[in-house]
Design a protein around this ligand. Sequence first.
Ligand code: GLN
Length: 446
Amino acid sequence: TADTFKAIAAKDGEVQAFLALNQEAATASAANQDDQGIDADATLAGIPVAIKDNIVTKDLTTTAASKMLANFVPIYDATVIERLQQAGMIVVGKTNMDEFAMGSSTENSAMKITKNAWDHTKVPGGSSGGSAAAVAAGEVLVALGSDTGGSIRQPAAFNGVVGFKPTYGRVSRWGLIAFGSSLDAIGTLTRNVRDSAHVMNAIIGADEHDTTTVPRPQEDLGAKIGQSVQGMKIALPKEYLGKGVDAGVRAQIEAAADQFRAMGATVETVSLPHTQYAVPTYYIIASSEASSNLQRFDGIRYGFRAKDVQSLDSVYVRSRSEGFGDEVKRRIMLGTFSLSAGFYDAYFKKAAQVRTLISRDFENVFKEYDLVMGPTTPTTAFGIGAKVTDPLTMYMNDILTIPVNLAGLPAASVNAGFVDGMPVGLQLIGKAFDEATIYQAAAAFE
Ligand code: GLN
């Protein structure tokens, strides 16, 4: 723990990954693991972990990088935090993100700009950019993130680390500040595949506080790490190497396919024909759910309240106008519009139907294949400021990660090499609840 705080002190001045440090409590709890009944030999005992700032931590500020929650100190821990602590992990701090997890570059944070660990003029990706940069810069070995449309995998790709998003329902969302409740998943950012499996094993499983979690027998998601990929059938969708995908990125993914073939797997081209509709479908569904989830931030119950207001109406209007950033307001307006009477059938309902078609694309491919592979992102990390004024271009950066959330599937991003000195992510997508096969292939590739 002491070494971790030294590493953070040495590196975070430049990278700016952390919003809050938990030094006193972390040091105390590291010293008292015996009294807490933690077995010193347990795999995760005493290992420091950083937490994305939309996961609530008791007595430790949790802001979701929003002015709305700038002073919010939760009175309880998220289920994932309780489980990490039971496994002996030490929470060392909270990491920067796009406000309420809305964004792909961490530039939508109301707090600060985080830098890509490889090139400080580039974005770290988002929305879990702080978690990815902290791991890549060597500040911590493990961080938690959340992934609604790519927010773990895309920053993992941009920083050359391992990002893992589990099946929807695998990990409790209790204590995750909700964005799109039918899409949100908590997962890991780590330096290697095995560490990810260890941490995922600690946080998975049913939770009475989240009725979408699925009860299953105890499992080791890393059980197949070390097994050969001989005979594995991997699908490479042609839509994932199409136009918009940078030539350098494409070359690295084709090289990865050859590497799998050399290890005895079959890699074949398939089609996921509804991929082109994923981005608009996602933005309607995610924004609709967000507009509902964010209603609770009204300036009354908790969170930011505007000063010198004269009426109850203006408490709501001014607190929300001043407390939320531009991207969050854009999503609330889009979501409220899509759900409103007269537009519901044309937008929300239509998006829900297209979502089913996107899920069926995957179901068809998984009848014959064990995994789907492709790039995590169409390009490597872009420059700070390059896309911030152009939301549509920013949204298109998520085209390869969003279909996975719409279908509720598990997926990882692992480093596949570099283009002009910047990391390229290889995405591996699995069948629902078949995280073990993703880890098997990712470890073989690593
Ligand atoms: N970049 C996407 C968005 O802005 C995904 C974010 C996420 O996964 N939380 O909605």
